[in-house]
Structure formats: C-alpha cells, structure tokens
Design a binder for this molecule. Structure first.
Ligand SMILES: Cc1ncc(COP(=O)(O)O)c(C=O)c1O
Length: 462
C-alpha cells in the first residue's frame, strides 16, 4: 500500500511477479503496462497522473463508474463486521437470500430462482450443467449446446468450448464437444436487396438445420447474448429473438441468454432479454450485477427449469466456495440500490438517441464502415477495403488500426477505448460507464472524430 507507484521504475518492475491475463508478457520490456491507480466518475488515472475517460467501462463492467467506493465500501465493511464468510451450500446467509430476491424481482418473466456464482464464465458453465441435469431429471439425455460464431462466453473449458472465436480455442483443444456454432446476426455476404425479414428467416433456417443435423433429442440448450458483443454489438434483426424462442420450443430445447454484459442497464433495460423480447429459460449474468466492484455473477432460471430440482432427493451437484460470498453479495445489493436510485437503465435508454447522434458524426469518415449498437453499447466498425475496393492487407490493417495511429492518439486525447480485431473485423468498442452524461459522451466522440479523421488521411494515401 505504501509503495510509490508513480515512478517509472515501479512501472517497469510491475510485471516481475504479476502475470496479467490475455497479455503478451514478453512485450512488456518494450512497453511496460500502464498502472492505473485511481478511478473518479467515468475517469481512470494512471501512476503518472494521466486521466483517461474509460470508454469501455473497463471490461464492459463498471456500470456505476468509479465514484461510489465509499458507499460500496461501507456495505462491505458492515458485512465483514457481521459475517465475513459463509457458504451458500447446505445453509445460507441473509445477503444471498436478499440478493436472490432483488435479482428475481428485476429479472424478466418468471425467472425467479437465482444461483450465485463468482463470474460470467462460471455462470455459463453452471447454466450448461443445469441444462444437462434438467434433462436427466426428466429422463432425457440431452447434453449439446449450440452457440454463435464470434461470440465470447468465458474461459473455463466448458464456456471456452462454446466460444465462437477459433483463435481463443485453438491452444486448448480438444475441448468439450458441443452442438456447433451458428451464424451470428452480422449481415455480411448477403444478397443485395434482401429484406430484414428475409435475413431473419435465413438465420432461423440455419438454426433449425443445425438442430436437425445434431439430432434434436441431443440438444440441451441454445446460448446467445441478446445483443452480441464480439463481432461488434450485433443487435438482433426484427423477429429473430422471437423466432429463436419458437424453434427452441418446437424442439424442447432450453434458451439461455448470456447477459454477462447486457444485464444491469448496459442496453437501456435491467436485462437485454426484456428489451429484445427473448423470453429465455435461463439468464447468465455477472459484471453489472456489482458493477464489477465485487466478484459475483448469477444464473437465473424460471419455474420450468427449477421444478425438476424440487423433487425430493434431486440436487444440482455443482457449486464452489465463493459463489454467493456474503461480502460480494452485500456489494452487489448496494450497487443495485444505487443503480435504482439513479434510475440508470431508464437514463441510458433516454440518452441512447443523443449518444447515437454523436457517434453518427463519424459516419462520413472514409475509414468508418458501420456504426451499430444500443444503450451505452456501440461499435464503430472500421473499413477493410481501400477506397478503390481492394481488401486491405493485414499489414495495412495493422498500420491503420494499430496502437500508433489509433489507441495512442486516443489516449493522448484522454480517452481509453478497445480496438478489437480478434473477431475478424476491426471494431472500436464504445461502452462507457452508465453514469456518463453529455460532457463525457462529447469528450468520447470528439476524440474519436479527431483520431479517425487523422487515420482517414493515412488511409487516403494507401
Ligand atoms: C458475454 C460474456 N459471457 C461471459 C463472459 C465471461 O465473464 P468472466 O470474465 O466474468 O468469466 C464474458 C466476459 O467478457 C462475456 O462478455
């Protein structure tokens, strides 16, 4: 706590023992990682005193931003004084009971049984096991899960198997057998003049074909985000979510909404499934549940899924030490209390048009291919073709969209954003804390406009 983190020497040695996630540790000698020492509102401050607007809510998770530490900390302290730990297994504790009740109240439809977990990936993992066991209890042996291309669902071996990003899976194969990946809702390579309804019908046909090819009586669940993050904020086309629900019903398959990102206000509703009328049997969530100020996630199921588990002798042989930890639950409860007080999901929905209008000022820039999303969950897709229509080479993409022309100049303008090229298409993810108002949204979009204008100049010379 007393280390002077402001020295370059500290920064240089910060990786001595600390193995960062998804990081190329060997590159740290050239460019040591930033050390972030403080958060304020929507801003992060590094060890050298630089301030950055957090345009990604860290990992799409700090929905409340960084200014509620005192209230959240008081909730944690009170809980530590009362009961620092108890499991949520054979017995329970008041904060797990209260949090389950609060989450059930907010969840759409009849989803009212809450299984607390320590993360989004473990929520997905638990959901798949719940689905498998659900069918076993009903005397069926269904085990496969169908998910979508380019989707991200976590890194445990089960969740990883459901990821639709081959590069993330490759190093760890062989993985858990699944029911395959279907197309996401990104509209590429489709016939000119195809209507949205025709596109929806095409996607639903593919889903049904996949189920039939796998054998319907082997498929336990279909897993999808209401709005898919990886691939660039893929809002479902008209009729898609309802159509998926109908197909799931037709074949008796459970529909699981992975709301690790979309729940708790991100898309302008408490749950994305509610806004996009997905009507899932199971919801998985995590990040926004505590605004990432605590290590906690949840799986929420309705009566249909829960009922077989209530038969005498039935149980879900799944759990872990930290799922539903009392201090984490206390922080999540306080987070939801503050979100309610600020009316955050409704505020995000009300601000959506304003945010969209600011982002639309980028639309005419030559390097901008598309802008899509909803709530505070947008993607600015960057072009992959030269002005004359030739495909950009990987080297050209790296030059245009790499750190030197994009991330660094944004940081120089005090904005931190993620430029994602790992799902194939270069996308700037724009997803600030839900407490961002006009000033922050303007800072974000002005910086993007200035930097993408510069990138467009280089692009014009290719
Ligand atoms: C949709 C989705 N599911 C699951 C996960 C995994 O969550 P965690 O990192 O908490 O395991 C993520 C993480 O970004 C996610 O975006």
């Amino acid at each position: 706590m007393s280390t002077d983190v402001s020295t370059p020497a500290y920064q240089k040695t910060s990786d001595l023992n600390n193995w960062r996630h998804f990081a190329q540790m060997g590159s740290a000698t050239e460019k040591p990682p930033k050390v972030i020492v403080k958060g304020e509102g929507c801003y992060l401050i590094d060890s050298e005193g630089n301030r950055y607007l957090d345009g990604l809510s860290n990992l799409f998770c700090v929905n409340l931003g960084y200014s509620y530490g005192e209230e959240l900390g008081e909730a944690a302290l009170a809980q530590y004084k009362e009961l620092g730990y108890h499991s949520n297994w054979g017995s329970t504790h008041p904060r797990a009971v209260e949090l389950a009740s609060v989450v059930a109240e907010l969840a759409p439809g009849d989803l009212n049984h809450v299984f607390l977990t320590p993360s989004g990936g473990e929520s997905v993992e638990a959901a798949w096991k719940i689905a498998r066991k659900y069918y076993k209890l009903r005397g069926e042996n269904r085990w496969k899960a169908i998910s979508r291309q380019t989707a991200y669902h976590g890194t445990t071996l089960g969740a990883l198997s459901l990821i639709g990003i081959p590069e993330y899976r490759a190093d760890f194969e062989p993985l858990v057998p699944t029911g395959g990946k279907i197309r996401n809702t990104r509209r590429v390579g489709r016939p000119v003049g195809e209507t949205e309804e025709q596109f929806t019908a095409f996607l639903l046909d593919e889903l049904e074909f996949r189920i039939q090819a796998e054998g319907p009586d082997t498929v336990a669940m279909i897993l999808m985000e209401p709005v898919q993050n990886h691939g660039g904020m893929l809002v479902p086309p008209a009729g898609y979510s309802k159509g998926v629900r109908e197909i799931a019903d037709k074949y008796g398959i459970l529909l699981v909404a992975d709301e690790t990102i979309t729940a708790f206000g991100r898309v302008g509703a408490w749950f994305g499934a509610e806004r996009y009328e997905m009507d899932p049997d199971i919801i998985t969530c995590a990040k926004g549940l505590s605004s990432a100020h605590a290590v906690i996630g949840a799986v929420i199921v309705g009566e249909k899924v829960y009922e077989p588990f209530t038969v005498a002798g039935a149980s879900l042989l799944h759990g872990n030490t930290f799922g539903g930890h009392p201090v984490m639950a206390a922080v999540a409860l306080k987070n939801i209390e503050i979100m309610k007080r600020l009316d955050l999901p409704a505020t995000v929905l009300a601000n959506e048009a304003l945010f969209r209008a600011k982002l639309d000022t980028l639309a005419d820039l030559p390097v901008v291919a598309d802008i899509r999303g909803c709530g505070y969950f947008f993607a600015v897709e960057l072009t992959q073709a030269t002005a004359s229509g030739r495909a950009l080479t990987d080297a050209q993409k790296l030059r245009l969209y790499g750190d030197a022309l994009l991330a660094q100049p944004l940081e120089d303008r005090g904005v931190m954003l993620r430029i994602s090229i790992d799902a194939g298409d270069p996308v700037v993810c724009v997803s600030p804390p839900l407490v961002a108002g006009d000033a922050e949204l303007t800072h974000l979009t002005d910086a993007l406009h200035a930097v993408l204008t510069e990138v467009s100049t280089v692009y014009a010379d290719l």
